[in-house]
Design a protein around this ligand. Structure first.
Ligand SMILES: Nc1ncnc2c1ncn2[C@@H]1O[C@H](COP(=O)(O)OP(=O)(O)O)[C@@H](O)[C@H]1O
Ligand SMILES: [Mg+2]
Length: 230
C-alpha cells in the first residue's frame, strides 16, 4: 500500500458560538492550534468543553464564526459546498464514538460506502483495499456479517476500516474507544496507531482516557474555549 502524506492543520483564532435557546453558548473562544503533517495528537477536555465542535470544524462538517481553519494551507471556509463534500470524502477519515454502521449492509459493504461517491472505474481497487483493511482489523472471517451480528468492538473495527478506505491524509477520531471496555479499547487504539503509522495520516484523537492520550506524540487540553499544552 502506498504511503499517504499527512495533512498540515493550522487553526488561528477560531471562534464558535452556538445560538440555541435564549442565550448564546460560546464554545471556542480563539483556538490556535498547529498539527504538523503526520503528527498524532490527543485532544482532551471535560465533557462539553467543545472537543467535538473543534473536530467538526477541522473535518468541514461545520464552519467557524471567525478565525481560520487551514488544511494544507487551504482555508476551509473558502471552499464551496461541493469542494467541502469532496474534502470530507477524499481527505478525511472519521471515527465516531458510536460506529454508525448501516444495519442492512454487511461489514464489507459498510467499509465500501465512502467509495460510492468515487468513479466506479476504481471498484476493483476499492474492493481489494476493503478486504485488506478488514483483514488488518482482524475481521477476515466477519466480512459478510451484518452489524447486528457483530460485537461493539467488532463494529468499531469495521468503522476504522471504513474511515481508512479512501486513504485519508487526516484521521479524526472522536472518543472512538468511549463505548468499549478497557482491553478492547487498547486493542482498537493499537490498530489505529499501527495502521496510521504505515499510512502516515495526521491523526487527531479526542479522548477522555489519559492512558489513550499518552500514546499520541502530543497532548493538548481544550479548556475555557482555548487550547492548553499538556
Ligand atoms: N449544534 C449545537 N447547537 C447548540 N449547542 C451545541 C451544539 N453542538 C454543541 N453544542 C454545545 O456546545 C458545547 C460543546 O459541545 P461539544 O463540542 O459536543 O463538547 P465535547 O465534545 O467536548 O463534550 C456544549 O455545551 C454543547 O451543548
Ligand atoms: Mg464530544
Amino acid at each position: 500500500m502506498s504511503v499517504t502524506s499527512g495533512a498540515d492543520i493550522q487553526l488561528s483564532q477560531v471562534i464558535k458560538t452556538f445560538q440555541t435557546g435564549a442565550s448564546p453558548t460560546p464554545v471556542l473562544k480563539g483556538v490556535d492550534l498547529h498539527v504538523g503533517a503526520g503528527e498524532t495528537i490527543a485532544i482532551t477536555g471535560a465533557s462539553g468543553s467543545g472537543k467535538t465542535t473543534l473536530l467538526q470544524l477541522i473535518g468541514a462538517l461545520d464552519t467557524a464564526d471567525s478565525g481560520e481553519v487551514r488544511v494544507n494551507g487551504r482555508e476551509l471556509a473558502t471552499l464551496d459546498e461541493e469542494a467541502r463534500a469532496q474534502f470530507r470524502n477524499r481527505e478525511v477519515g472519521f471515527v465516531f464514538q458510536s460506529h454508525i454502521l448501516l444495519p442492512q449492509l454487511t461489514a464489507l459493504e459498510n467499509v465500501l460506502v465512502p467509495t460510492w461517491a468515487a468513479p466506479q472505474t476504481h471498484a476493483l481497487e476499492h474492493s481489494a483495499r476493503a478486504n485488506y483493511l478488514l483483514e488488518r482489523v482482524g475481521l477476515a472471517d466477519r466480512k459478510t456479517h451484518f452489524p447486528g451480528q457483530l460485537s461493539g468492538g467488532e463494529c468499531q473495527r469495521v468503522a476504522v476500516a471504513r474511515a481508512l478506505i479512501m486513504k485519508p491524509s487526516l484521521l479524526l477520531a472522536d472518543e472512538p474507544t468511549g463505548s468499549l471496555d478497557y482491553d478492547t479499547a487498547q486493542r482498537l487504539l493499537d490498530l489505529l496507531l499501527a495502521l496510521n503509522a504505515e499510512e502516515g495520516a495526521t491523526f487527531l484523537l479526542v479522548t477522555h482516557a489519559r492512558d489513550c492520550a499518552r500514546r499520541m506524540t502530543r497532548q493538548v487540553e481544550l479548556r475555557n474555549g482555548v487550547i492548553h499544552p499538556l
